[in-house]
Design a protein around this ligand. Structure first.
Ligand SMILES: *Cc1c(COP(=O)(O)O)cnc(C)c1O
Length: 420
C-alpha cells in the first residue's frame, strides 16, 4: 500500500497535489512519501517480530541514499548496509549510529576499509579471503578489531533478472560456500578481526521465497558445521532481496510470509539475525513525476515524449523493467502509446505498446514504484543534469535534493592550456 492516490480526480502524494510540486520544483522530479516509507519500515520490522531475538535491520543504502530518506529510516530504528565509502559517509551524516552500519561489497579499497575502521562500524561483510587478510592487517596495525561476517555464495539461482542475481556460483559475490570452513579456520586466527558469522544476499526483486529458503537452509547447515569445528557464531546476515509489485495485479510474497519462513528456518540458530532490505522499503514509497513534452505521431502508436529520461530512471533501459505509468489528472480516456524520453538513444524507452491514460502535451504523469534504484542511478547523460527529489509529509513537502543543472556539472570540467 502507498500514499499516491487520486483525490478529486487528481493524483496526490499524501495530501499534496502532484501538480503543486511540478509548479514549485519543476519536472522531472522524484516524489517520496514519508508515510509510505515509515509504513514499509514498520511492516518489515513487524514481519520479523516472531524471531527469538530482536533482529538488526540495515537499510540497503544503494536503493535510495537520499539523506532525508536515511534520516527517516534512522528515526525508525534502522541502520544501514553500505557498499562504498560514499554511502558510509551518508549513513553517518544522516544520523545512523556507526555500530548499526554494515559494510558490504566485493571491491572495498584499503581507504574504505580504514574509513570503516575509523568510524567504528558494526560489521564488515568480507567477500573474499584476500579482503579478510587485508582488513585484518589494517585493523591490527591500528590496534583495532573489526567485527566481520564472511559473505558466502550459496550457488542458488534467485530466479530474478541476470543483472541483479548475485548468488549463483559464477557471480562475483561472496566466497563459494564450500570454502567457508577453511577460510573460517584461517581468518578467525588472525589478530585484527573477529569473525562472528556468515552473510548471504542472493539477488534483488525476488518474486518467490523458495530460492531464499534454499539459501538460508544451506547457511544453517554451514552454521552447524562451523560450530562443530569450534567456531563461535553470534550473527547471521540474511541480506535483502524481497521483491515488490511494479505492475498492478502482480503478486509478490508479503513481508509477513517472508518473516514466517525465516522464523521457521532459523528457529534453532541461536544468533542475532541481520537483514538488509532495500527495495521492499523504498520501491513503492516514490514516484517519478514527469511532464509530457509532446505527443508525436508514430507508425503504429503515438510516441508520448516525456521530460524524464533514462538518465533519471535507468531501470527500463538497464533491465527492461516495467513501471506503471499514470496521468496525474486522468480524463478517463485511454490510449495505446510508446512512452519515451528525449535522449538520443533508442534505449531511452520506458514502455512500448502501453495502454495508458490519454495524454497531450503539457500533461503531468508519473512512473510509479520509483523510490528504489531510481534517483540513485541517475546520470547526466546528454548533459541533462541531475533530477530533483522531494519528500512529502501530510500536506507539506520539502525539496530533499536540488536539481543539479547541466552548467554546475560543466563547472567541474576544465579545458587544459595545451588545447589553446
Ligand atoms: C543491493 C543489496 C541489498 C538490497 O537488496 P534489495 O533487493 O533492494 O532488498 C542488500 N544487501 C546487499 C549486499 C546488496 O548488495
Amino acid at each position: 500500500m502507498d500514499h499516491f492516490t487520486l483525490k478529486d480526480g487528481e493524483l496526490h502524494a499524501e495530501d499534496v497535489p502532484l501538480a503543486r510540486i511540478s509548479k514549485d520544483v519543476g519536472t522531472p522530479v522524484y516524489v517520496y512519501s514519508r508515510a509510505t516509507f515509515a509504513r514499509h519500515a514498520r511492516v518489515f520490522r513487524d514481519a520479523l517480530s516472531g524471531l527469538r531475538r530482536p533482529p538488526h535491520l540495515a537499510f540497503a543504502v544503494k536503493a535510495n541514499p537520499n539523506l532525508a530518506v536515511l534520516r527517516l529510516l534512522a528515526n525508525e530504528g534502522y541502520g544501514a548496509d553500505v557498499v562504498s565509502g560514499g554511502e558510509l559517509a551518508r549513513a553517518l551524516s544522516a544520523g545512523m549510529a556507526a555500530k548499526d552500519i554494515v559494510f558490504s561489497g566485493v571491491g572495498k579499497t584499503d581507504a574504505e576499509l580504514v574509513q570503516g575502521l575509523d568510524a567504528g562500524i558494526g560489521q564488515f561483510n568480507i567477500e573474499s579471503g584476500e579482503e579478510g587478510r587485508e582488513l585484518a592487517a589494517l585493523a591490527a596495525s591500528r590496534g583495532q578489531v573489526a567485527r566481520c561476517a564472511l559473505r558466502v555464495n550459496p550457488d542458488v539461482d534467485a530466479g530474478t533478472h541476470d543483472k541483479i542475481s548475485t548468488g549463483r556460483a559464477d557471480n562475483k559475490f561472496g566466497v563459494p560456500i564450500g570454502h567457508a570452513p577453511a577460510l573460517f579456520a584461517e581468518l578467525s586466527r588472525l589478530p585484527g578481526i573477529e569473525l562472528r558469522g556468515l552473510a548471504v544476499h542472493i539477488g534483488s526483486q525476488l518474486s518467490d521465497l523458495t530460492p531464499l529458503e534454499t539459501a538460508f537452509a544451506k547457511l544453517g547447515d554451514m552454521l552447524a558445521r562451523l560450530r562443530s569445528e569450534g567456531h563461535t557464531i553470534t550473527h547471521m546476515d540474511l541480506g535483502g532481496g524481497l521483491g515488490v509489485p511494479y505492475r498492478r495485479g502482480e503478486h509478490f510474497p508479503e513481508p509477513a510470509e517472508y518473516g514466517a519462513m525465516v522464523a521457521r528456518i532459523t528457529a534453532d540458530w541461536d544468533v542475532t539475525l541481520m537483514f538488509e532490505p532495500g527495495r521492499v522499503i523504498a520501491g513503492n514509497a516514490g514516484v517519478l513525476l514527469t511532464k509530457v513534452i509532446r505527443v508525436k505521431r508514430g507508425l503504429n502508436h503515438p510516441f508520448v515524449i516525456v521530460d524524464a529520461a533514462m538518465n533519471d530512471l535507468a531501470r527500463p533501459a538497464l533491465y527492461g523493467a516495467w513501471h506503471d505509468f499514470d496521468a496525474v489528472a486522468p480524463s478517463g480516456e485511454r490510449m495505446t502509446a510508446n512512452i519515451v524520453g528525449p535522449i538520443c538513444e533508442t534505449g531511452d524507452t520506458f514502455a512500448l505498446d502501453r495502454e495508458t491514460d490519454a495524454l497531450v502535451s503539457g500533461d503531468l504523469a508519473v512512473f510509479r514504484t520509483a523510490g528504489a534504484y531510481g534517483a540513485t542511478m541517475a546520470s547526466s547523460y546528454n548533459s541533462r543534469g541531475f533530477v530533483a527529489e522531494v519528500m512529502v509529509d501530510g500536506s507539506e513537502f520539502a525539496v530533499v535534493a536540488d536539481r543539479i543543472l547541466p552548467g554546475a556539472i560543466a563547472d567541474a570540467e576544465r579545458v587544459p592550456d595545451f588545447l589553446g
